[in-house]
Write a protein that binds this ligand. Structure first.
Ligand SMILES: [Mg+2]
Length: 112
């Protein structure tokens, strides 16, 4: 799941070629397409063929957004983004651990 060095080099070349203002616009467009792809997956009922097409579209739009996020990180302060991401992930892991311990306690209380 990690990006290769070669992929990051390509993102850097693309990002620097188009610049921050154009890539912010492009990022908004790609994020909007991802939202639409997620909404398409929620349509029910859906034929298997339509579901496969919707899943392929979903994967394609995730790739587009990921490429744009990489470029925005290159064009802004990627190290700060990684640092904030680290803090947020740690906070969420703590929340999950707290929720798990509450659930265990509820189950224990129900059994007594
Ligand atoms: Mg797209």
């Amino acid at each position: 799941m990690n990006s290769t060095f070669e992929e990051m080099v390509k993102c850097k070349i693309i990002a620097e070629y188009y610049g921050i203002e154009r890539q912010k616009e492009q990022a908004m467009e790609e994020m909007s397409e991802l939202i639409q792809a997620i909404q398409k997956l929620k349509r029910c009922p859906m034929s298997i063929d339509d579901y496969k097409k919707a899943m392929d579209n979903f994967v394609e739009e995730i790739a587009d957004v990921y490429i744009m996020i990489c470029q925005l990180m290159i064009l802004t302060n990627g190290e700060k983004v990684v640092s904030v991401m680290h803090e947020k992930l740690e906070r969420q892991m703590k929340r999950i651990e707290e929720e798990k311990s509450v659930k265990v306690k509820v189950v224990e209380d129900d059994n007594n």
